[in-house]
Design a protein around this ligand. Sequence first.
Ligand SMILES: Cc1ncc(COP(=O)(O)O)c(C=O)c1O
Length: 432
Amino acid sequence: MDGRSLPLLRTPVPGPRSRSFVDRLARAECPAITARRARRAAALGVADTDPIVWESALGANVQDVDGNVYIDLTAGFGVAAAGHRDPDVVAALHAQADTLLHAMGDAFPDPRRIELLERLQQLTGMDRAILGSSGSDAVEAALKTARVATGRDGVLAFDRGYHGLPYGVLVASDYKADAFRGPFAGQLGPHVHHADFGGALPDVDWLATHDIGAVLVEPIQGRGGVRVPPPEWLASLRARCDQAGALLIFDEIYTGFGRTGRWFAFQDVGVKPDLLCVGKGMAGGFPISACLGTARAMDAWGASKGEALHTQTFLGNPLGCAMALASIGSIERQLPEVLDKGEWLRERLHGLGLPVRGRGLLLGIELPDGPDALATSGALLQRGFIVLPSGEARPGDDPRRAVVLCLTPPLCITVDQLAAFVDALADVRASA
Ligand SMILES: Cc1ncc(COP(=O)(O)O)c(C=O)c1O
């Protein structure tokens, strides 16, 4: 496996060692976390869908504990944007580990944190940032910043948006709301309202009546099914926020760091938010995120009076900052090819008669006939390709359009690997 390898399967998928690990996992982990065989197998119409257990990864390849080699079309939820175990990221991790593993968050910074904040300023054109550990942290920091800056409690978010599952963001996430929000509804505040993503926007009076200080949106919805809003919709949203005095927050945790062919999707549509949330691919595997903002928004917090009003134990962890700096450097080298690879793949998929939506290497493949996205992802895994469905069918939806095969491969994936995927997809559909 050299990162550019094609799949090589040595055992059935999942193999015996994966199964045995997953049996142990099931005895030790909350059952709601990892999907196991009986439940999903029936849905997929395959014999056994226990997960494969990952042993190692490199570039666009993953190897499981049975020695099977896969092509990862997910980049591990978009995290390995620079490629799994990118050599520069690994070298930065080792070098940092030799000097400082942990500094002291808001109390005592270290040089890597300062260098990363400056690099993020340069990439985004934003003035200030708050670092966090997860994507949800970044969105929570943005929501708090908007509250501080506007003095308003109300938040407008959008149908099928996904912003994470901790309480502060769960109320804004709408993807699979019955399952994710339902059991906790009694503990969620009433301050978040949802409008149609890509649809008619509430008018200024409505925003004022509902005390809206923050409008939270993904420029392209990721988990919600790779949904791209109509052209000009984000610009209209910007204008509406300006009229209403609300802050516009772009959640670019999925779309950021080169995924759509630019550093950030907002640069593609030419609409600048007040606050920008990034995470996932930022450090290639270290849990680190950032909420960036304009000076106007961020400086509303005022200077620290000795006790940081928003912080975490691990804020700006030096390992994460060093890895992020290296990951950004690697993505910078790979970025010029992202749009071409995306276009190449899109054309090949059109050649199979499949509609594709998205931009760059964030693509959603509609499957108008044959096995649906869930069954197709199961069958692709059996052929050595890791790919996930995304989206949710709601009453009245065409489920074939709502739920797509979602592709977010490492940006370093090769055209040969993409071609092998297209062949495998064609094979799955022909054998159904
Ligand atoms: C757009 C978006 N926002 C926020 C999150 C939450 O990030 P995390 O799971 O790192 O908390 C995700 C995760 O998939 C996401 O896709």
